[in-house]
Design a protein around this ligand. Sequence first.
Ligand code: FE
Length: 190
Amino acid sequence: MPEFNPAKIVEEIKRLFNDKGNAMYAGEPVTQTEHALQAAYSAEHAGESPELIVAALLHDIGHLLHKHDENCATQGIDDLHETIGAQWLIQYFQQEVTEPIRLHVDAKRYRCATDKQYHSQLSPASVLSLQLQGGPFDQREVELFENNRWAESALRLRSWDEAAKIPDYETPELEYFLTYVQSVLKQQAL
Ligand code: FE
């Protein structure tokens, strides 16, 4: 079990964004960091809990952790970033943060199965990754997803994720959202 030191964990997250966050978010006109900040900003704007704001900020941290190159989807590789991210975060964060992240790809597969409009609005990069991620859910998978207690949060996270692709959109800086990370971690330490 790694040492639970909120300040150190925040530093580690900051280092990941500083080292790899300037890479483009594959196939989209924003960097990984811009994407994360825009998603977190939408969650904050929606009046969500600090845990879900943190989930929005860190939902793609798996992209900063894995060793595939950014465009691996074009080579037919599913990077499993939602699993990699959630597994890493579970060392430090509670399910309120980690489960919506683990389910944010499932949320896409669910919406594609249940909302025809939605599929047609996906970006080309998202359509490509959807195929590698298993495509739209079948009926049984839809039911299983609906019974998951984190499904609602994951669907909301998904909508901020999809909106977070606007070039040059102004948001608060990473430091600002890291205060949410710090406060969620401190809360857990109590
Ligand atoms: Fe994303």
